[in-house]
Design a protein around this ligand. Structure first.
Ligand SMILES: O=C(O)Cc1cc(O)ccc1O
Ligand SMILES: [Fe+2]
Length: 423
C-alpha cells in the first residue's frame, strides 16, 4: 500500500521490523536491527524550509558498498543536442515501435530513446524527453538517475515520478511503451491555485508514496546498478539487492499519481482557456511564472462554451510544446496524432487545429458535449528551445513527413463585404 499527500513528511517501517525507525534522532550510534543510516539529500542542505528535501533511509547495507562503476553503452539515450541541424518545423511522430515479446528481449534501460531536449545535466539546467519501448522486466538491474531530478514514466494513464539518486527497477507484463520527461535541475511542485481556491486540479492527497519494504537478498552472481551520470550510463556490480530499505522517514521519495484523479477546471461561459489550467505539476525556473517544464494533461471533460470556437486556438508560443497521447483522441487532431505517438511544436512554430477540425467546429451546433471519452493527451511545456536527436529525426523512422499537410486545406474565408449581423 501507499502513504498519501504531496511533499509530506512521512515515516515508514517494514512491518516485519517494528521499531526499525530510530526514535528521536537520525544517527544513533547503533541503529535498531543493526541497520545502516543513510541520508538522501534532494536539495542543498541550506535550501529554505519549503524547498528543503531529504530522507533518512535505514538499510541493511549502505549504497556505498559496490564495485566501481564503468561506462556502458547508452544505446539511443543521449544528451548531445547537436547531432543534427536545428529544425523549426512542426513535427509529429507515428506510434513508436515496441519490440515484440517474441523477438529479442529489451528491458526498460535498453529501450530508452531520447527524442529531444536542451540544456545540460552538468550545469543542472535543462530537460530531455525520452520514449521507452520494452518487452521484459529489468531482473536484478536497477537504475539510478544521478544527474537529474525527476523522471516520469507514464503507463496507461498513470504517472510515476522518480527522483534524483533514487534506485528503481521497472517490471513489465509484456510489450510496453511510455514517455519520460527528465528534468536536470528542478523539482516538480503543485501549481499555485490563485483564485481557484484551496482545492482543485491535482489534489495533494492523490499523490501516493511507497511504504518501506526490503528484501534481504544476496545476489552472488551480481546485482547491476545502473547510474545515469552526466548524460551517460554507468554500471556497477554488488552482491546484494539495493532494495534493502527497512525503514525511512522524510519528504524526499518517489511518488505516483493517477491522472484520472485530476479535477478539471475549464470555461463555463465563452472562449477557450489557456492550457495552463490543466497543469498537474510544474518545475519552476528562477524566472517568476516561467517553468523549466510544466506537465499538463487534457482529460475527458465537458465542452460548454457559448459562441466559441471550442478547440485549441491557432497559436505561436514562446514556450516549446511536446505532446503525447496515452489513449483516445485529441480534440485538435482526430487523425494522425495517435496513442504512443508524439508531436513537437517548437518555440514560435505556428500550430493549431487541423483543417478538418477547423471546418467542423466553425459550423457545429454548440451543445454541451463531452470532449472525447476515454482520452488522455498530455503536454510537456518548456521554456527551453529543444533540439531533436538523430534518433527522433531519422533512426526511429516514425517522423510523419506529411504532418504539414493537415493544415494545407485551410482556405481563406475572408469576405471584405462582411457586415455584422443585426441582433
Ligand atoms: O497545441 C496544443 O494542442 C496544446 C494547446 C492546447 C490548448 O487548448 C491551447 C493551447 C495549446 O498550445
Ligand atoms: Fe500549442
Amino acid at each position: 500500500w501507499y502513504m498519501r499527500g504531496f511533499g509530506n513528511e512521512f515515516s515508514s517501517e517494514d512491518p516485519r521490523c517494528p521499531g526499525s525507525l530510530p526514535e528521536g534522532q537520525n544517527s544513533p550510534q547503533v541503529c535498531p536491527y543493526g541497520l545502516y543510516a543513510e541520508q538522501l539529500s534532494g536539495s542543498a542542505f541550506t535550501c529554505p524550509r519549503p524547498a528543503n528535501k531529504r530522507s533518512w533511509l535505514y538499510r541493511i547495507l549502505p549504497s556505498v558498498k559496490h564495485k566501481p562503476f564503468t561506462l556502458v553503452p547508452c544505446g539511443d539515450l543521449t544528451e548531445n543536442w547537436d547531432e543534427v541541424e536545428p529544425d523549426p518545423n512542426q513535427m509529429r511522430w507515428l506510434p513508436f515501435t515496441v519490440p515484440k515479446s517474441t523477438d529479442k528481449k529489451v528491458d526498460f534501460v535498453a529501450g530508452l530513446h531520447t527524442i529531444c531536449g536542451a540544456g545540460n545535466s552538468k550545469s543542472r539546467n535543462g530537460i530531455a524527453v525520452h520514449m521507452y519501448t520494452c518487452n521484459t522486466s529489468m531482473a536484478d538491474r536497477s537504475k539510478c538517475p544521478n544527474t537529474y531530478k525527476h523522471f516520469i514514466y507514464l503507463a496507461v494513464s498513470g504517472s510515476s515520478f522518480c527522483l534524483q539518486g533514487m534506485r528503481f527497477s521497472v517490471d513489465v507484463f509484456g510489450e510496453t511503451r511510455g514517455y519520460i520527461l527528465e528534468v536536470y535541475g528542478a523539482h516538480f511542485e503543485l501549481p499555485d491555485l490563485g483564485p481557484i481556491g484551496a482545492n482543485g486540479l491535482a489534489n495533494p492527497r492523490d499523490f501516493l508514496y511507497p511504504v518501506a519494504w526490503y528484501e534481504d537478498r544476496k545476489v552472488p552472481t551480481g546485482y547491476t546498478v545502473i547510474n545515469k551520470y552526466q548524460g551517460k550510463l554507468f554500471a556497477c556490480q554488488q552482491d546484494f539487492s539495493p532494495f534493502n530499505v527497512v525503514a525511512w522517514h522524510g519528504n524526499y521519495a518517489p511518488y505516483k499519481y493517477n491522472l484520472k484523479n485530476f479535477m478539471v477546471i475549464n470555461c463555463v461561459a465563452f472562449d477557450h482557456a489557456d492550457p495552463s489550467i490543466f497543469t498537474v505539476l510544474t518545475a519552476k525556473s528562477t524566472k517568476p511564472g516561467v517553468a523549466v517544464a510544466d506537465f499538463v494533461i487534457f482529460p475527458p471533460r465537458w465542452g460548454v462554451a457559448d459562441h466559441t470556437f471550442r478547440p485549441p486556438y491557432y497559436h505561436r508560443n514562446c514556450m516549446s510544446e511536446f505532446m503525447g497521447l496515452i489513449e483516445g483522441h485529441y480534440e485538435a487532431k482526430e487523425e494522425g496524432f495517435l496513442p504512443g505517438g508524439a508531436s513537437l511544436h517548437s518555440i514560435m512554430t505556428p500550430h493549431g487545429p487541423d483543417a478538418d477540425c477547423f471546418e467542423k467546429n466553425c459550423t457545429a451546433e454548440l451543445q454541451p458535449e463531452r470532449v472525447a471519452e476515454e482520452t488522455m493527451a498530455f503536454m510537456f511545456e518548456s521554456s527551453f528551445s529543444m533540439a531533436v536527436t538523430k534518433w527522433g529525426l531519422q533512426t526511429c523512422q516514425k517522423l510523419d513527413k506529411t504532418y504539414h499537410q493537415c493544415w494545407e486545406p485551410l482556405r481563406s474565408h475572408f469576405n471584405p463585404n462582411w457586415k455584422p449581423s443585426k441582433k
